[in-house]
Design a protein around this ligand. Structure first.
Ligand code: NAD
Length: 259
């Protein structure tokens, strides 16, 4: 796949899946703007990526706020001349069941994991239309297709990402903007590390997480990034509204398929 002369924005690009997606797209020739609310992490990530290309920069923004999302798009146009690709990846993991989840946690989860992706799309799409086409890749989760205990806000936000993908795909298809969605299984990123470290027996939890996947392990971030780069590229030119599961088989087994 060839992404030369393409400008890509990656939200949550400072770490994990976002950083890996940025790296994969840079390797295919894209210029990439990292958008992250963590300035230190974004600066370090951009510095690391300049070893691959000079076409990388970062902007500090909280995507859940309209003015900051708009600022991120404007900064990208100022720096690289336009927008071809948007990877809506930034997200937060939250915990709680319908009773224990607070209003604050619910609102924060929806604002970052859902509203932020709509806001970034809202401001990026007009720039894509100026170029005659565009590609948006949303990062949902297997928790957008199935659920588990104690993640009511997170799982709801990830299900809604699939709705957002399909709605935007239908609205934008006639104007040549494709919108697709990736649903990863467990991925070896700082988000997962922090969950593992909270457990009383992190080694045991890591083994359980690995074993949950029929392939016997969690994914490396680049294994998601490669799929993101493909969907972003013209190689996926007849794909829009697709929900692509990249989970090592995680959601296949019936009732966990005990051995
Ligand atoms: N890691 C997994 O196992 C996994 C599985 C399925 C889906 N996902 C999803 O993939 C995406 C990336 O996950 P990850 O594991 O790489 O996470 P991560 O926590 O390792 O990295 C997320 C990045 O997003 C940034 N971010 C968070 N909220 C932001 C905001 N409001 N504005 C700007 N930046 C923000 C963080 O600073 C961080 O750099 C998330 O949407 C997550 O829900 C992750």
């Amino acid at each position: 796949m060839d992404l030369s002369n393409k400008v890509a924005i990656v939200t949550g690009g400072a770490k994990g899946i976002g950083l890996a997606s940025a790296e994969c797209m840079i390797r295919q020739g894209a210029d990439v703007m990292l958008v992250d609310w963590s300035g230190d992490a974004a600066s370090a990530a951009a510095k690391g990526l300049t070893a691959l290309s000079k076409g990388v920069d970062f902007v500090v923004a909280d995507i859940s706020k309209a003015a900051e999302a708009e600022k991120a798009i404007r900064a990208t146009v100022d720096r690289f001349g336009g927008v071809d690709i948007l990877v809506n990846n930034a997200g937060i993991q939250t915990f709680g069941d319908p009773v224990t989840t607070t209003e604050e946690v619910w609102d924060k989860t929806m604002n970052v994991n859902l509203k932020g992706h709509w806001l970034m799309s809202k401001y990026a799409i007009p720039e894509m239309l100026k170029r005659g086409k565009g590609s948006i890749v949303n990062i949902s989760s297997v928790q957008g297709l199935a659920s588990q205990r104690n993640v009511v806000a997170y799982s709801t936000s990830k299900h809604a990402m699939i709705g957002l993908t399909r709605s935007m795909a239908v609205d934008m298809a006639s104007r040549n903007v494709r919108v697709n969605c990736v649903c990863p299984g467990t991925v070896n990123t700082p988000m997962i590390h922090s969950i593992i470290e909270l457990d009383s027996d992190p080694e045991r939890l890591k083994k359980i997480l690995d074993k949950m996947h029929p392939l016997g392990r969690m994914a490396q971030p680049s294994e998601i990034g490669e799929v993101v780069a493909f969907l972003a590229s013209d190689r996926a030119s007849f794909m829009t509204g697709s929900i692509v599961v990249v989970d090592g088989g995680l959601i296949i087994p019936l009732a966990g398929s005990p051995e």
